[in-house]
Design a binder for this molecule. Structure first.
Ligand code: 2P0
Length: 326
C-alpha cells in the first residue's frame, strides 16, 4: 500500500474546506520505551511498539490555510528552512486538492533539532489542523495514523500523558496507531538536561535505517523492546518510579548500544553526555531517585518525583523541570 492509498482508506470522503483555516496545538513526547527501526519506510511502520510521555508545556502550534499557487511555509515567523519546507510539502501532497497550495504557519516552543523531537509535535499539530480545515472529524486513532506517515513518533503526540504506539501486524499499517494510557501521576517530573543543541550528526530516520541494515545486535532489539513496553505499562499502573526509571534507562541504553554497533557507528553522545550519566548514577548511590533517558541526540531527559526535585536540581543547576500532569 502506498501512502496515498493509505490516506484514501482513512479519509474516503474528501471534503472541500469547511472553514478558512485550521489551527491546532500538539505536545512534544519523550519515549520511555523507544521506537528504533522501521519495517516499512514508506508507511512508517515500526519494528516495535513504543511508549511515551507528553510534555504539555512544550509543543507546536500550527495554522493551515488553502491558497492559490505554491506552498508558503513559515517556522516561528520566518520562511522555513528548505529541508523542513520540502518535508512538509511532500506530506501535504497526500491531502492536496488539485492545483492548490497550503500556507502553513508553525510555531515551536522547543528549539528545532535540539533532540526534543519537534517533528513529533509538528506533524501531530499539522494533522489536527488539517482535520479542522477539511472537517474530516476523524477519530484520534485515525489522526494518530496520519501523523505517523509524517514522522513515526508523531503518532504519540496526539495525546497528553502516557501514550502507547502499537506496532501492529498488518502490512497495510491500519493497526499501527497510538492510544492514550489513562493514568495520572501528578508527582512525576521530567527534567531536560541540555548538553548540546547543535544539529545532530545524522537524522534519526537515516540512523535507524543504517542500524536495521548493519547492526549485528539489532536482531535482539524488537523482542526486547516489546517486553520493555509491557513491563513499563505495569510500572506505570503501579506508579512505581524505581521500576519505571530502571526500565526506561535500560531501554534507552540498549537502543544506544544498537546505534553504536551500527556500521558506520551512529554515536549521538558527547563526553558531557557520559559525564551526566555518571553523575546520575552517583546521585542514585546517594539515595536520590533519578533516572535518565536519551534519544537521537546528546541531551538527557531525567525522570524523578517531586520529593527529589530539590536534590536533582542542586546537582544540575541548568535543568529545566517540567510537570507532565500539571
Ligand atoms: C522515539 N526516536 O521513540 C525514538 C527514540 C529517536 C530515538 O522516534 O523517521 O523522528 O520520522 O519516523 O519519529 C525519532 O524518530 O523518525 C524517534 P521518522 P522520528 O522517540
Amino acid at each position: 500500500m502506498t501512502p496515498h492509498e493509505f490516506v484514501r482508506r482513512l479519509i474516503p470522503h474528501r471534503n472541500a474546506p469547511q472553514v478558512q483555516h485550521g489551527q491546532a496545538w500538539a505536545p512534544v513526547n519523550i519515549a520511555l520505551a523507544k521506537y528504533w527501526g522501521k519495517r516499512d519506510t514508506a508507511l512508517n511502520l515500526p519494528q516495535n511498539s513504543s511508549l511515551s510521555i507528553s510534555l504539555p508545556q512544550l509543543g507546536t502550534d500550527t495554522r493551515v490555510t488553502l491558497i492559490e499557487g505554491a506552498d508558503r511555509i513559515t517556522l516561528n515567523g520566518q520562511p522555513a528552512p528548505q529541508a523542513f519546507a520540502q518535508r512538509l510539502s511532500r506530506f501535504l501532497d497526500l491531502f492536496r486538492p488539485e492545483g492548490m497550495g497550503f500556507a502553513v504557519e508553525t510555531h515551536n516552543s522547543v528549539p528545532t533539532a535540539a533532540g526534543l523531537a519537534s517533528s513529533a509535535s509538528g506533524f501531530a499539530a499539522l494533522v489536527k489542523a488539517l482535520d479542522q480545515l477539511f472537517d474530516w472529524r476523524l477519530s484520534a486513532q485515525k489522526l494518530s495514523m496520519l501523523a505517523r506517515l509524517g514522522s513515526g513518533s508523531a503518532s504519540r503526540s496526539l495525546f497528553n500523558g502516557f501514550a502507547l504506539w502499537h506496532r501492529g501486524q498488518q502490512t497495510d499499517g491500519l493497526d499501527s496507531y497510538a492510544e492514550p494510557i489513562d493514568i495520572q501521576w501528578p508527582d512525576l517530573r521530567i527534567g531536560l538536561l541540555e548538553i548540546d543543541t547543535g544539529t545532530k550528526p545524522i537524522s534519526s530516520t537515516a540512523g535507524m535505517q543504517q542500524t536495521v541494515a548493519t547492526c549485528p545486535l539489532y536482531r535482539a532489539w524488537p523482542e526486547f523492546a516489546e517486553a520493555s513496553v509491557q513491563a513499563q505499562l505495569a510500572a506505570i499502573t503501579a506508579r512505581d518510579l524505581p521500576q519505571l526509571g530502571d526500565l526506561a534507562e535500560h531501554n534507552a541504553l540498549t537502543m544506544h548500544a544498537t546505534m553504536i554497533a551500527t556500521h558506520p557507528s551512529v554515536l549521538y553522545w558527547t563526553a558531557d553526555s557520559v559525564s551526566a550519566m555518571q553523575q546520575i548514577w552517583a546521585l542514585r548511590q546517594q539515595g536520590v531517585g533519578v533516572w535518565f533517558t536519551m534519544d537521537a541526540g546528546p541531551n538527557l531527559k531525567l525522570l524523578f518525583e517531586k520529593t527529589d526535585q530539590r536534590a536533582v536540581e542542586a546537582t544540575f543547576p541548568t535543568l529545566k523541570t517540567l510537570v507532565p500532569f500539571g
